[in-house]
Design a protein around this ligand. Sequence first.
Ligand SMILES: *Cc1c(COP(=O)(O)O)cnc(C)c1O
Length: 411
Amino acid sequence: MQEERNTGTRRPIYLDYQATTPCDPRVVEVMMPYFTERFGNPHSRNHLYGWETEEAVELARSQVAGIIGASAKEIVFTSGATESNNLALKGAAAIHKERKNHLVTVATEHKCVLEACRRLEDQGFRVTYLPVQANGLIELGALEAAITAETALVSVMAVNNEIGVIQPLAEIGAVCRRHGVLFHTDAAQAVGKIPLDVAAMNIDLMSISGHKIYGPKGIGALYVRRRPRVRLKAQIDGGGQERGMRSGTLAPPLCVGMGEACRIAAAELEAESARLAGLRDRMLNGLRRELPDIQVNGDLVRRIPGNLNVSFPFVDGGGLIGAMKEIAVSSGSACSSAALEPSYVLRALGVDAEMAFASLRIGLGRLTTEADIDHAVGHIVTAVNRLREESPLWQMHCEGIDIKSIEWAKH
Ligand SMILES: *Cc1c(COP(=O)(O)O)cnc(C)c1O
């Protein structure tokens, strides 16, 4: 693996903002004092060291609350969205276990939601995994039909991490409220990218991640509604911090960084969305001009502006990511042990295995420039054309043979 990486002096252009984002320098700056002189334990009640870090943590808590229309008391700090999702699902399931043992989620959720649901299935819960339409969105009718008298909670992600599509949160919230079912949303990819309002959208639980919004890694938050009060069983026991829902000493530098990241994201959301939409269109137009047969995966309109997911027909998926030497992107195939598997998200959209393999997830963000886009387009076009020249299917396609009509010899 090592020698395949770009080890030259020029680093690849970063286009993987759905995987993580750099910490904004403004965020790092406000964090710095809390590593050194302001090192107090925010739970220390008896002296200045504790008071000043507690005050900083509480300001951060209100900044996180502010970006989703919540109040500060409804924010529980965690280690990231993975932990928040686990706390929301397992914590709510444990409270309702006796009377309600059914959960509803979606086939395209992040692995941490799906695996938490698997764990609950092992413990006797029943879970419905809703399918998605070809555009990546769930059908409200299917959601409503899945809810029964035993349903405790519905968990639908706000924005998908592979295809960037935005689920109809307000409509889902309305369905859940009508049926008296808790609504949890994994908003790791949505916070700071689209306007969110837990009141208007009837959201009861929301997971947030620091490092997806230009904040530090290793911190996240869970919004837990207070009116009407949502109860959760803690998954980490100890000193009873975070209103008993998540014990352990808080990390003030990380809390402060996440708060500042939310403040900046909220202030810049509108302008940055418009800028990213322009860059995304520039990229898509550039690719389509040179490669007219590419396919965009997921709804292009109900989508955050910073994501493109594109399949390239007649390209060997295995070779695609290896050919991307000058740009850092993610592919539609995930390495699991020895076997390459196509993305389960794209498969859930009905994308066939070949096309799911031959796909790229391109994430644009705060540091992406027009020059980056133009360079990336040129690089992708060159790579795809080269891979196609090596593909017998492409040769046949160029000769006018309809590949789909060929009867493949049976093994
Ligand atoms: C990144 C991500 C997570 C996990 O967040 P961490 O903070 O890294 O634990 C969960 N869900 C979605 C949709 C994500 O994009």
